[in-house]
Design a protein around this ligand. Structure first.
Ligand SMILES: Cc1cc2nc3c(=O)[nH]c(=O)nc-3n(C[C@H](O)[C@H](O)[C@H](O)COP(=O)(O)OP(=O)(O)OC[C@H]3O[C@@H](n4cnc5c(N)ncnc54)[C@H](O)[C@@H]3O)c2cc1C
Length: 508
């Protein structure tokens, strides 16, 4: 295990993609094995030293940013084993998502979770239940996790497999560590909002599975050291397009139609039951992703992609699996739909070839990257929303976004996962006065989302930056229920201090 104490060696581990300032730590520890992790935690627990877990630090809410104590980086846990027959990957927490995707691809298999940023680590993905564009069809990371190996704050190791530890009717989840110690956890009682994506606070459910509790727990309940993941057969091909619309009402009607048609064909993940597009020519519209760019996003992106057509109200990036047999029929179907909704089809881009699809994904990725660069250039903090609302409230929420943002006079973009009724509005303030107003606008958007029955974070998590919003969504009672979960697994509150809720709840 490496230990670093020199400021130069630690510097990069003191912040994440949120650029949250003020991070500091006494040392950085880089364990080589789960046993190393266990011994670090045993010692830290004995001395009450805070431990902040970090993956690749691509998180956007300060979850990996330490404020004292030690930083534990999982970057050395990089084993990948693939069972081609069973379609299962067993991976160390530090495996980079892009590396896993390449390894899986070489086996003719497919790991769908794709948070557009491929440099993140699997442990970080699980800890945030990362999702992204393709979650529209394939779901978030949670759907693919079959088993976890977790080191608890006490240094005890917990190996859990789906179906093994399930909460009872009284909402008590009893787990057993590898050495046989029993831990009882009271499952929180809040109702989950009726949204397609939600990572606001600990996951709960009737009959909660212990695996699900750790997914999305943002480094506060245990250190994920290894995971067993389900894989799918690799699709034969994809038909993809970035389609520009001169009129927003047409764009929204197009999205509605594709969304409704696609939801009739959910993917089945269990081994042996891979559901695919029909091999024949008679195929339905069944998008794997449906992403939105507003007019401002297109303007910003044209700095990196000058071929972006100008004067458009917005664009949609879509994709659907194809086979050689159904490709022509599918192209015809999408073409009909685009004409029906008055897309600017001659200005739009379509492809069935992997290289061009890669370019389209780069186009999509260029947006958050350009936003982050602009924020740094303006010497301001990014103010980006991550709320999701119920489908039937989406149109009114989008109208609210546009009205409040346009009347502010502050530069902004709205983009993202429109298929899941989940968009990111990013405000790009140029000075302190605009930054203050942006924060007020952000607060009003949060209030509106909560009022519409939505959640404050659909995919980025709460971390340290959004815990006041989680408090507004949940209220005292449910924050206390979450704190009780944490106390059961981490009695001294050493892990991920300051993430999800304030430390004050841990001493309550
Ligand atoms: C340009 C850009 C675009 C993005 N787009 C998306 C998107 O579309 N969808 C999406 O979901 N996210 C998106 N993200 C956010 C980010 O990529 C994810 O949150 C990612 O899953 C975090 O992984 P990481 O390895 O970087 O974790 P980190 O940022 O290092 O950590 C994230 C959290 O996980 C905890 N953690 C890390 N490793 C472990 C572990 N082994 N055990 C327990 N806890 C751990 C940390 O303590 C922290 O709380 C984007 C980020 C960027 C920069």
């Amino acid at each position: 295990m490496r230990t670093k104490t020199q400021p130069d060696d630690i510097q990069n581990y003191l912040t994440d993609a949120s650029n949250m300032p003020g991070g500091h730590a006494e040392k950085l520890l880089v364990p080589d094995s789960a046993d190393d992790v266990a011994s670090v935690l045993r010692e830290a627990n004995a001395s009450g030293t805070p431990v902040t877990l970090c993956g690749a630090r691509t998180g956007t809410v300060g979850g990996a940013v330490p404020f004292g104590g030690v930083v534990l980086s999982l970057e050395k846990l990089v084993g990948i084993e693939i069972d081609r027959e069973q379609r299962i990957a067993t991976v160390g927490a530090g495996v980079i998502l892009g590396d896993l995707q390449k390894a899986v691809d070489r086996e003719g298999l497919f790991y769908p979770p794709d948070p557009t940023e491929w440099s993140c680590q699997i442990g970080g993905n699980i800890a945030t239940n990362a999702s992204g564009s393709r979650s529209f069809k394939y779901g978030a990371t949670r759907e693919y996790v079959r088993a976890l190996r977790v080191v608890l704050a006490t240094g005890d190791i917990l190996s859990i497999r789906r179906g093994e530890f399930i909460a009872d009717r009284d909402g008590v989840l009893a787990v057993r560590t590898d050495k046989g110690a029993a831990i009882e956890i009271k499952v929180p009682t809040y109702e989950r909002p009726d949204v397609r994506k939600n990572v606001s606070g600990y996951y709960n459910a009737n009959g909660l599975d212990a695996v699900d509790l750790f997914i999305g727990s943002e480094g506060t309940l245990g250190v994920i050291v290894e995971a067993e993941l389900s894989l799918l057969e690799k699709p034969k091909g994809f038909f993809s397009g970035i389609v520009f619309f001169p009129d927003e009402a047409n764009l929204l009607a197009f999205v509605d139609e594709v969304r409704t048609a696609s939801r009739k064909h959910p993917v089945v993940i269990a081994p042996g039951s891979d559901k695919r597009a029909d091999g024949g020519v008679c195929v339905p519209i069944d998008a794997t992703l449906l992403e939105y760019f507003d007019a401002n996003s297109l303007k910003l992106i044209s700095e990196k992609f000058p071929e972006t057509p100008s004067g458009m109200a917005g664009a949609i990036f879509f994709e659907q699996e194809t086979t050689a047999e159904n490709e022509d029929a599918l192209l015809g179907l999408w073409n009909e739909l685009l004409q029906k909704h008055n897309a600017a089809d001659s200005a739009s881009w379509f492809t069935t070839n992997e290289q061009d699809l890669e370019k389209m994904r780069e186009f999509r990725h260029a947006l958050p990257v350009t936003v982050n660069e602009r924020v740094v250039r303006n010497k301001q903090k990014k103010i980006g929303t991550d709320m999701a609302v119920p489908d039937d409230k989406f149109a009114s929420f989008l109208r609210f976004y546009k009205e409040i943002l346009e009347s502010s006079g502050i530069e902004f973009v709205v983009f993202g996962h429109i298929g899941d009724s989940h968009l990111h509005a990013n405000l790009l303030p140029k000075n302190e006065e605009e930054a203050t107003r942006s924060r007020h606008i952000y607060g009003r958007c949060i209030a509106q989302a909560i009022m519409l029955g939505g959640c404050v974070s659909a995919e980025h998590g709460i971390g340290k930056l959004k815990r006041n919003y989680l408090a507004a969504m949940m209220g005292e009672r449910y924050l206390n229920e979450m704190a009780e979960v944490k106390r059961a697994l981490d009695p001294k509150g050493i892990l991920g201090r300051g993430n999800v809720f304030s430390e004050a709840y841990l001493t309550a």
